[in-house]
Design a protein around this ligand. Sequence first.
Ligand SMILES: [Zn+2]
Length: 270
Amino acid sequence: MDRHDAVKALLTDYVLGEMDAAGRRDVETHLASCVECATETRELAHAFHHLALAAPAATAPSALRERVLAEFSREHAAPSGAVGDGEWQTRGASSPLRYWLAAAAVVILGLGTLLAVSYRRTAEIEEALTRVRIEEEALQDRLATIAGQGDLAVAILTAPDMRRVDLTGVDASRGAVSRAYWSQTRGLLIVADRLPAPPPGRGYQVWLIAGSAPGPVSAGMLAEQGEGRGMLIVPPPEGIGGGAVTIAVTDEPDGGRPAPTGGKHLLGSI
Ligand SMILES: [Zn+2]
């Protein structure tokens, strides 16, 4: 294991302040010369900050914790599971906050690095805005919007009525992968990867289809993150009930349409 890998493995401990002074000095020496580790440290600090705000007091409600852990074990079903479980329980007993933050972070980072993407965007926007010297007020507004999205994402992911929907790529988007998290009370979070670029002048629009609504209800346009990635985090659109739901993504003229007109790209139901 080289120096970079060794430090990378310690960044979570470093950000959570769980290292002795000598260890911190070692990490800081490396951070001064490694852009990748420095960036990851900043993203982890942002993510933990927001999770800490989202986590009620020092101890998460047990139902919430069970939910996070269930998701964690689904995402990380590994042969060494028994050992890992013991380790998590021990940490839980000694440091509930750390346990909750780490478990929540694993869940969130497992979602196609959803938050990492939004925090990376934060960094990009910060840099771009500084370059053109736009006034601080405008910068604060945009950062608040992105931070608000992170908070909504956490609310959706931890909602008691949250259901996961795996979407399948169809036709031109056969190779795409996508997953949605739907909570009738909190909203919809959808991430997609390996989508082809939409035709010029068009974008991807997300639809919810349910028995409670007369037709497909728009959830909004998938924000393109580059490299075939897209993401949308929205409060629940009106008119969609708590029963069976189908989620579809079509390509539509920029700005979207009130009802779908273009080709289907992603489709999934629960
Ligand atoms: Zn490094």
